[in-house]
Write a protein that binds this ligand. Structure first.
Ligand code: GAP
Length: 468
């Protein structure tokens, strides 16, 4: 992780937020390469979930929603974590994430003031402070994760609004608007990519868990009774998506939740997990939310949220029309968390070999995700013809919508190394031979192979390789 965090800072993927003021815990800024990687991930999600399907449409809803939404969804009363304070080192942490030990077992830790070694016994609740190991802890206090603010100039209970802790609720409250305006019929889905906010108590592992993050969520509305099939379908589709973008198959899995792990609204749920450097952890949650949310919003708003099929008989009464509240299957992925998974998975260090005197660091990102697709170099900086030609080629790539980079600084080997380190899959070099036959070399990042290609074919060759 330390290497990835350092690469992110050095090469402009991710910076600590407001760094000149010492940074802000759990907040991050995406730099020139990070924003490209994140946009490529959300773009791929949108392509496969929305553009390549007839049954799913997108929305982009307001981050601040009516406070009644969060009352009805259960977030105002129930979106809480158990907060505990260590009485020795005063660290605050989540009780459910603390290291668990058998009650009564002996532990060693340091006194918060004198730093002397102490021994103590684990209390009946069975956990200790994750920072200093002390069993001396405050009582658990439930802490709501939603950020509150006020709409308008007066700070009062009536003006309280929340920054959304998930994008999902916008799909439920817009359910009627979308299916009537777009004439959709279950099964159909509503997708959204956007920011969510949670006042997380424990923030660690870089961008894995932050207070401001981006989600890629889709609510799939189905006829009750077909929900279990759709749950199985989405579980398999979502796993395939990560694999299609190059995540290592032995590092991705689906883990079904035990009943006690499920959210209050879920009939079945589980996580797509990735083997991060600290172990298996959640990348995406997939849940069968039943009709919980539509039912709660229907009751709370007084507006009918049923789907009415005039051509079908109600199977219970035999009469037309058939009215039902759809069940919802939800694949809820983290975009910022995916950035970290793809970075961890693609990071590679190659030691020096017979073929190469120097080792290299390479990000083996899928070409679709790579922030820069192609780098174009003149072999020699001082030759005006070579630099002019290389600039012409890079402009051709820009015109075709391919994010490309021109570089003439340092020796060619250093330029290749700089591109390998940020995952650029193709490098094109203009050299003396270009002047004679209008060909250039294309060098492939992963095996460093070089081919000679015609300048006129370069854009098309790269375009095809990206789509592979
Ligand atoms: N609508 C359901 C929902 O929000 P979730 O499991 O709480 O479910 C879905 O969140 C995904 O959002 C997670 O799998 C994770 O990828 C991402 N996520 C949640 N909290 C996050 C945080 N604090 N920082 C970064 N990503 C987060």
């Amino acid at each position: 992780m330390a290497k990835i965090v350092s690469l992110c800072k050095r090469r402009g993927f991710v910076f600590p937020s407001s760094e000149i003021y010492g940074g802000l815990k759990s907040c991050y800024d995406y730099g020139p390469l990070g924003v490209e990687l994140k946009r490529n991930i959300t773009g791929e999600w949108w392509r496969t979930m929305v553009h390549e399907r007839e049954d799913i449409v997108g929305i982009d809803a307001s981050i601040i929603m009516h406070p009644a939404v969060w009352k009805a969804s259960g977030h105002v009363d129930g979106f809480c974590d158990p907060l505990v304070e260590c009485l020795e080192c005063h660290a605050r942490f989540r009780a459910d994430k603390a290291p668990r030990l058998p009650p009564g077992s002996e532990v060693a830790y340091r006194d918060g003031k004198t730093r002397e070694k102490k021994r103590g016994k684990v209390e009946a609740r069975g956990y200790v402070c994750p920072e200093c190991n002390s069993p001396s802890l405050s009582p658990e206090r439930m802490f709501n994760l939603m950020f509150r603010t006020n709409l308008g100039p007066i700070e009062s209970e009536e003006s309280t609004v929340y920054l959304r802790p998930e994008t999902a609720q916008a799909m439920f409250v817009n359910f009627q608007n979308v299916f009537t305006s777009y004439r959709l019929k279950p099964p159909f889905g509503i997708a959204q990519v956007g920011k969510s906010f949670r006042n997380e108590i424990t923030v660690k592992h870089f961008i894995f868990r932050s207070c401001e993050f981006e989600q890629m969520e889709m609510e799939y509305f189905v006829e009750p009774g077909t929900d279990e099939e759709w749950f199985a379908y989405w579980r398999s589709e979502r796993l395939k998506w990560y694999l299609s973008l190059g995540l290592s198959s032995e590092k991705v899995r689906f883990r079904e939740h035990a009943p006690q792990e499920r959210a209050h609204y879920a009939k079945a749920s589980g996580d797509v997990e990735y083997l991060f450097p600290w172990g298996w952890d959640e990348l995406e949650g997939i849940a069968n939310r039943t009709d919980f949310d539509l039912k709660r919003h229907q009751e709370s708003s007084g507006k009918k949220l049923e789907y009415v099929d005039p051509n079908r008989e109600d199977p219970r009464t035999g009469a037309k029309p058939f009215r039902f509240l759809p069940y919802v299957v939800e694949p809820a992925a983290g975009a910022t968390r995916s950035v970290l998974a793809f970075l961890c998975d693609s990071y590679d260090e190659e030691p020096p070999s017979e073929a190469r005197a120097e080792g290299r660091t390479v990000l083996r990102l899928h070409a679709r995700l790579a922030p820069v697709k192609v780098a174009v170099f003149p072999l020699v900086r001082k030759d005006e013809w070579l630099t002019g030609k290389a600039r012409e080629i890079v402009k051709e790539f820009w015109r075709s919508g391919t994010n490309s980079f021109y570089d003439e600084k340092d020796a060619i080997g250093r330029r290749y190394a700089r591109q390998d380190e940020v995952g650029t899959p193709f490098c094109i070099t203009v050299d003396g031979q270009t002047r004679e036959d209008d060909t250039v070399t294309i060098r492939y990042r992963d095996d460093m192979r070089q081919d000679r290609i015609k300048v006129a074919d370069a854009v098309e060759i790269v375009r095809k390789k990206i789509l592979e």
